[in-house]
Design a protein around this ligand. Sequence first.
Ligand code: SF4
Ligand code: SF4
Length: 455
Amino acid sequence: MGILIRKKSKSRGLHLPENKITDYKPIEMLPVPEEVIIPLIQNIGAPCSFTVEKKEEVKTGQKIADSKSFVSAPIHSSISGKIKKISKILNPATGKLMEAATIGSDGEDIWVERNPLYDIEKSQDYIRLMGIMDSLKKDEMLLKIREAGIVGLGGAAFPTHVKLSPPPDKDIDTVILNGCECEPYITADHRILLEYGRQVLAGLYIITRILQPENIYIAIEDNKEDAIDYIKGLLSEMSLDKIFRIVSLPSRYPMGAEKTLIKTVVDRSVPMGGLPMDVGVVVNNVGTAKAIYEAVIEDTPLISKVMTITGEFNNPKNVIARIGTPVSSLVELCGLKDESYNKIIIGGPMMGNILLDSDFPVIKGFNCILAIESRTPRERNCINCGRCVSVCPMNLEPLTYVRNTKNRNTEGLSNYYIQDCIECGLCAYVCPSNIPIVGYIKAGKAMLAGEKKAK
Ligand code: SF4
Ligand code: SF4
């Protein structure tokens, strides 16, 4: 075990220009911001409600919003200070207004009381650490993960305690730690592996204690040889090489997508409309594993995010930013090279969304701020070349979504499994007619959702 398995890609995809200009930049811990804006909606599932009021004083790590729903995750204050206001801001994902708390810092960063069980930065007594993790009960670990507000940090923002609680009829025999960061430009997960590898492996150990799978894989692309070597060394140092196996994968986009990853690592196909648990697999991102360690062992909730700030900046970086930090302050910190690079994208160039309001804050699901030159090529008619079909990693027919969305044909969208589209953007990338296919797909999905709600 602990051995390196090299796998060939089993799904369609492309090797894209990597542009990972921050690959060698260590993660910089940013100072505590003077003010944070913390929105209520930060996860897939039920939204939270505020448990604090205007003018109330809060500490760093204090829970300020929660929900009674199982499929939700509480939200914590990322600084200490006073709630200045609770107002409505635009949710860029839905175009609807949502509540957000503005908190002014007291400049002290006073934390809520925490009871850490171990500090991996101070001690490398791994036998003791394993003993502590082995002594914890499954429900206790799940509760800590829930109370810390952890969601999938690869971008999906699905509550982690829910993902780690599969229904009894789902027999999970495989866990995959997703260390594939296949989007161009983004290097946050690569740096997490290199700088927080021990926390990530301890987090993975907690996941496997909860799910008790037979097979545990750590999937890393072959363009991150330094991370593969480092994790391999850590596995033997932490005596985890008997239970965890590293899988080196070709750096093809979208290797990090769950279904692509599962197909490549264990050769199982998640059915159309299905979930990884339908084929006995749970996938967790490396940032999520780090957050799980911090929650369960260090009693620290999710109040900050490792992110890459990259593209046309004078000083691109990997940073740890407090949740709620306005994106505008991070853009200012790194300095745009030229004002013509006016398009700020949250996420990578393939799956990211254009930021419409630069005062919008960092939320749990953000992993990158990308500045690129704004250019919109003219859309032409579809020439039925089929390139979008041949490249789609989900085996879909993207050209049908353009036609059916234009015709408002929701039945057609459904019949061609639009819900299985992971919005990877490859179809639009290869389209010679410059058709913004993903835009049509998003509009088509919204049309379908609206129709279901109306029924
Ligand atoms: S965006 Fe959707 S339809 Fe287009 S290639 Fe990716 S998965 Fe396929
Ligand atoms: S790649 Fe573009 S032009 Fe070719 S079939 Fe697909 S949508 Fe039409």
